[in-house]
Unconditional design. Structure first.
Length: 355
């Protein structure tokens, strides 16, 4: 950590890199939007999209899956890399566009799985921040994000720029969305950073989460990946027992764990078909005597939650690029409150290799 120039408040690398996201997103969109035609060419003749990823990149892939299925009309699935790397099983992937996502582009399992997919007949595309990385060299087409060097172990700007790249992927595949909404995302991220840090909810939720052993983080559809990513960050940077679930799955039994010592963080865009269900879930949580913290969701979610962090004024399809930002700020604040260095969580490295 370094010291603030104006006071003695520690400035973590994680917080600094959260603040770099508006610029990183602008650069990434400027570089990748002109490459939509490259996406269309590599995808020519394919029918299905197969996402290959781990960790935060896998959470980004969840967003990509919902985006491709809901706005492109193609079947999209998440790969099980162990089929390639452990079981060594060949599959018929003709007609498949395999999309591998890796911040560094150096995770051997992801590189091997993309190479396996090509050998099974798939066309291949990489999303990575690693220029000249093994993953970029393996793919037919590489979408290189412009996040810059990320020094903190928890992914922030590399994650949001991956989401931007996946939005470009969807556009290249013919998504029925408005490009101007995507162009507004960097400004919304900048606004949200300022609004979240100025809110009374951020320190209040920080203090209350510091007193509990765990939490449930829930969202559905396009924001499900955001819920998973926020839960992952709470686990890896704050050592909180955080469970990320679709609210549909939460209602099928696990809601029993939500009580006065296990609050729910509910993530939602300000509009879209899943907002009403999220509001209803928040009401159920609070009526049961538990705390419900909203992230986004507009005034409707705010009315039924115990506390709420602001969300972006963006349509549901692009909201995840900004919706994770209040969660990132909460994680960084909570880690410091707990005496944890969020830049270097225990047991983690920037590049994770799996056997």
């Amino acid at each position: 950590m370094t010291q603030s120039a104006t006071d003695n408040t520690p400035v973590t690398r994680m917080r600094a890199e959260i603040g770099e996201q508006p610029g990183a997103l602008r650069r990434t969109l400027d570089v990748l939007l002109p490459r939509m035609s490259d996406v269309g060419l590599v995808a020519r003749g394919t029918r299905q999209v197969l996402f290959i990823a781990r960790g935060s990149s896998d959470n980004a892939a969840v967003y990509g899956r919902y985006l491709v299925e809901s706005h492109v009309g193609r079947l999209a699935t998440l790969a099980a890399p162990s089929i390639a790397t452990v079981y060594k099983r060949k599959l018929d992937l003709s007609g498949v566009l395999a999309v591998a996502i890796s911040q560094s582009g150096k995770t051997e399992e992801i590189v091997e799985t993309l190479d396996w997919a090509a050998g099974c007949g798939a066309r291949t595309l990489a999303v990575t921040n690693g220029v000249g990385s093994p993953l970029a060299k393996t793919a037919d087409v590489a979408l290189i994000t412009e996040a810059g060097d990320e020094l903190a172990v928890p992914a922030t700007k590399t994650y949001t720029t991956q989401l931007a790249a996946l939005a470009v992927l969807a556009l290249g595949l013919g998504a029925d969305v408005d490009l101007t909404d995507l162009r507004r995302a960097p400004d919304e991220v900048a606004r949200l950073i300022e609004a979240t840090e100025a809110s009374e909810a951020l320190p209040a939720i920080t203090e209350e989460l510091a007193e509990v052993p765990g939490a449930v983080v829930s969202g559905r559809g396009m924001v499900f990946g955001t819920a998973l990513e926020l839960a992952l960050k709470l686990k890896e940077a704050c050592y909180l027992h955080a469970m990320g679930l679709s609210y549909a799955d939460l209602l099928h039994g696990p809601i029993a764990v939500v009580d006065e010592t296990t609050p729910a963080l509910l993530v939602a865009a300000d509009s879209g078909p899943n907002l009403e269900g999220t509001i209803a879930l928040a009401g159920r949580v609070t009526r049961a005597g538990a705390r419900a913290y909203g992230v986004g969701g507009g005034s409707g979610l705010a009315e039924v939650c115990s506390r709420v962090l602001p969300g972006p004024a963006l349509p549901e399809w692009v909201a995840p690029l900004a919706l994770i930002v209040p969660g990132q700020l909460l994680v960084e604040s909570l880690a410091r409150r707990l005496g944890v260095d969020p830049d270097m969580p225990r047991g983690l490295n920037k590049v994770t290799q799996t056997g």
